[in-house]
Ligand binder design. Structure first.
Ligand code: TRP
Length: 444
């Protein structure tokens, strides 16, 4: 009995961390930091993860473990059938995010090849420009999708889970090695200052535009707003402590992002590449130029991008599984058919992003500033205001107390998280619809 619970708990942690650690940490976090002013963004992000992301994660856990059913029926199980639309919003959000996540997954595939042949060694920046958009990117996107659809269609999730178990530690080890090497580069002091030492003046000046991205990053990286954490926690036993598990997930996930920054920024600075202009190329160009300089660069490159690929796949699959599982439950078609159809739909929606990185940025902005906050808001309002005390009772299970922490969590959820997300949405709306460079206008 004891042992079984323990095994389940590790399985849950691994699955949740596997979903959380992905392109959001390795690719997105460094460049979001760069395009939002460096260290100031990191501060907002850490605050967002702690006071908004963590309580919201626990809210999703509570829904899942209370009901032990899938994320949509969970609402009915709790006696609130109408709230199932929240599930629909989560599915739509996942579809949207996956459309461009797959494109970046394609870049990673391409970089495994590029590392093996040393193709990017002479001109990493130009190489990124050539493979990140246009026909080659479309082809790579299609390949990534084929792999992801194959896994979801035939349900070999076991394989992925096993891969994930090796993946998280190996990412950490490789990132640490790279970070140690990056620490020896010239100009590393400036890079650390840029990444880690916030300038409070800039911080306050730009708070309005930075906060929505920081909160969005917290949701994205913790895989919130898409019913994934609801689903995973539905398999957790009543004697597990949700706050402890959530804490482990949040800390591990954040550390991987920070490590990525410790690798990317020193390399960018050493190569005189301005971080705030590098955008989505930051990880690829920085790491690629690093490998070009290193002995055994090709081998390291293949290993590194291989690990990034597994991280991207395990996250993509967790996203896709929500969409496909929903379709399986609501239509009479078979799982392989629906997985294939989902793949085709994703391919079509992802075409603009694969064709031009400006589109990718646009899709990403809408996801961050609209879809994710809306979706998280809905589930948080549900848990905080509709479930209320019932949620606190569930959170207490397996913790042996939480007498004060329970109510603190509830009121954080009810007020801090709800207001924080509403504010984020408001600020996001402003950038999206009202600002001088309103992002809602698609980049044509
Ligand atoms: N968290 C993953 C990453 O950081 C991506 C991801 C997986 C995700 N599932 C999600 C993002 C659900 C938002 C919602 O790469």
């Amino acid at each position: 009995m004891e042992r079984e619970t323990w095994a389940t708990r590790i399985g849950f942690l691994v699955a949740a961390i596997g979903s959380a650690v992905g392109l959001g940490n390795l690719w997105q976090f460094p460049f979001k930091t760069a395009s939002n002013g460096g260290a100031a963004f990191v501060v907002f992000y850490l605050v967002a993860v702690t006071v908004v992301g963590f309580p919201a994660l626990l809210a999703e856990f509570v829904i899942g473990r209370r009901t032990h059913v899938n994320a949509i029926d969970a609402f009915a199980e709790l006696g609130h059938r109408n709230w199932r639309v929240v599930g629909g919003l989560a599915v739509a959000t996942g579809f949207w995010i996956l459309s461009y996540y797959d494109v970046v997954g394609g870049w990673v595939l391409r970089y495994i090849l590029g590392s093996a042949t040393g193709a990017y060694f002479d001109a990493p920046g130009e190489y990124f420009g050539a493979v990140s958009a246009g026909p080659e990117a479309v082809l790579a996107q299609a390949l990534f999708l084929v792999v992801a659809v194959g896994i979801v269609a035939f349900g070999i999730e076991n394989g992925i889970e096993r891969a994930t178990k090796v993946m998280v530690p190996s990412i950490a080890v490789i990132m640490v090695v790279l970070a140690v090497w990056a620490a020896t580069l010239p100009g590393v002091g400036d890079a650390y200052a840029y990444f880690l030492s916030p300038d409070f003046g800039t911080m306050l000046d730009n708070a309005g535009s930075v906060i929505p991205f920081a909160v969005g990053q917290a949701f994205f990286t913790l895989s919130l707003g898409m019913a994934i954490m609801v689903t995973y926690s539905s398999y957790v036993g009543e004697d597990d402590s949700l706050p402890v598990d959530g804490g482990v997930i949040v800390v591990t996930n954040t550390l991987v992002g920070i490590l990525a920054g410790l690798v990317v920024f020193p390399i960018l600075f050493a190569n005189d590449i301005s971080p705030d202009t590098s955008g989505p190329s930051a990880l690829f160009v920085a790491v690629a130029s690093g490998f070009a300089d290193l002995p055994l660069g090709r081998v390291l490159g293949v290993v590194f991008f291989g690990v990034v690929l597994v991280a991207a796949l395990s996250s993509a699959i967790s996203l896709m599984e929500v969409v496909v599982a929903y379709a399986v439950d609501n239509t009479s078609y078979s799982r392989p058919t629906l997985a294939g159809a989902t793949g085709l739909g994703l391919f079509a929606l992802g075409l603009p992003s694969a064709w031009d990185t400006a589109w990718l940025t646009w899709f990403d902005t809408i996801a961050y500033q609209l879809f994710l906050p809306l979706s998280v808001l809905a589930s948080v309002v549900f848990v905080g205001w509709v479930l209320g005390e019932e949620a606190v009772a569930e959170l207490r299970q397996g913790t042996g107390g939480l007498d004060t922490l329970g109510p603190v969590w509830l009121w954080t959820l009810r007020l801090v998280v709800v207001l924080g997300v509403l504010g984020t949405l408001g600020l996001g709306f402003q950038t999206l619809f009202l600002g001088s460079d309103a992002a809602i206008v698609p980049p044509l």
